[in-house]
Design a protein around this ligand. Structure first.
Ligand code: RB5
Length: 148
């Protein structure tokens, strides 16, 4: 299976890890579309959550990655966009379950409370795990129905 196309963005708190993660993902042969910011000046996380969420929602990207201080604000904002299931991931176990059970399509990562290597492990798991389907897919369909 070809690598998924990725969309990534952060706020100022996540900027440094975003840059390092892009370099790492490129080395792993992922196509990564960087939606910014392009320096570490203070910005508002909803503006960047929207860019990645819309890329995933319109299928320009298969999966998205967002980084802020906690990952919480990014996930709350991204989940306002239709078709987005953003999960705030702070452990490898949550990355597995967010993909298998919830078919999460955006990983919202914490740059202030989770170190770079742990975020790499979380992302490796997120990108390498597929939704389980069956009863979990029925529940995901119910999430989608809530958007109507
Ligand atoms: C910015 O200070 C901080 O609020 C933001 O990075 C994020 O943690 C929000 O959820």
């Amino acid at each position: 299976m070809p690598n998924p196309k990725l969309a990534i963005a952060s706020d100022h708190a996540g900027f440094e890890q975003k840059e390092q993660l892009i370099e790492w993902l490129n080395q792993l042969d992922y196509e990564v579309n960087d939606f910014g910011p392009f320096d570490d000046n203070r910005v508002d996380y909803p503006d960047y959550a929207q860019l990645v969420a819309e890329a995933v929602s319109t299928e320009q990207a298969t999966l998205g990655i967002l980084l802020c201080g906690t990952g919480i604000g990014m996930s709350i904002a991204a989940n306002k966009i239709k078709g987005v299931r953003a999960a705030n991931l702070t452990s490898v176990e949550f990355a597995t379950l967010a993909r298998e059970h919830n078919a999460a399509n955006i990983a919202a990562l914490s740059a202030r409370f989770v170190d770079l290597n742990t975020n790499k492990e979380i992302l490796s798991t997120f990108l390498g795990t597929q939704p389980l389907g069956d009863r979990h897919a029925d529940r995901v369909d119910k999430i989608t129905a809530l958007e109507q």
